[in-house]
Design a protein around this ligand. Structure first.
Ligand SMILES: [Zn+2]
Ligand SMILES: [Zn+2]
Length: 222
């Protein structure tokens, strides 16, 4: 490695920038003789804490066809703080690009995480979390509907038309049709023929299911 450095022009920027060939086509003809970093893990920096930052754009390149888009993203993402800024004056701490400069102001800024990307990542995480919450609620609703429809069979012993309707509702819930399943419950409970006793029994079953639902939801948020 040291020898290669001598054969090529000695270069203070050795491996401080990502190789353009490597970024755009995913490989480089110079191989190990290349002065530029092939991926972030090769970037020469004292700031090792940031190297687990991944490389979505390089992945895209391997699939091909996205060259324009990647080049467009380069200033924002791929090259962010991977090179030392030429306009930065360490004496004054000033740069004509100010705080929006995508070049590193000193070695300690090399490979800093792009705040724009980090924001995107955070909002993506947030979205996934919300989506999981929606999925979980639907699954829990399905569970308690099946629970209610099954337990309701005990309220109507020998009343086959109702039992069949309840079984049909369970089937609907299992298929993920929570709407149809809860309509069936309403239809049975709001029937004029329901006695006070039947309604009380249903209320108990319903309360149990509600408790189960809240409990599970609480557990999942811990
Ligand atoms: Zn290269
Ligand atoms: Zn700058």
């Amino acid at each position: 490695m040291y020898q290669n450095l001598q054969v090529q022009q000695p270069n203070s920027k050795y491996k401080t920038q990502l190789c353009r060939h490597f970024i755009t086509i995913g490989s480089c003809a110079l191989g190990t003789r290349c002065q530029f970093a092939h991926g972030r893990q090769e970037l020469r920096t004292n700031n090792q804490g940031m190297t687990n930052y991944n490389q979505p754009n390089i992945q895209q390149n391997h699939q091909g066809g996205n060259q324009n888009r990647v080049q467009h993203l380069n200033p924002m993402i791929t090259n962010y703080k991977t090179q030392l800024c030429k306009h930065f004056n360490p004496q004054t701490g000033q740069c004509k690009n100010g705080s929006t400069c995508t070049f590193a102001h000193g070695e300690q800024e090399l490979n800093q995480i792009n705040p724009y990307l980090q924001n995107q990542y955070m909002s993506m995480q947030q979205q996934i979390k919300q989506q999981n919450q929606v999925t979980l609620q639907a699954e829990l609703t399905q569970q308690i509907l099946i629970m209610i429809l099954t337990n309701m069979e005990a309220i109507f012993p020998g009343q086959n038309n109702i039992i069949n309707l309840l079984k049909f509702g369970q089937e609907k819930a299992r298929q993920g049709d929570n709407q149809a399943a809860s309509e069936i419950i309403k239809q049975i409970i709001h029937d004029e023929q329901r006695t006070k006793e039947e309604k009380n029994q249903y209320q108990l079953i319903y309360n149990n299911a509600q408790n189960h639902y809240s409990q599970k939801l609480k557990e999942s948020n811990m």
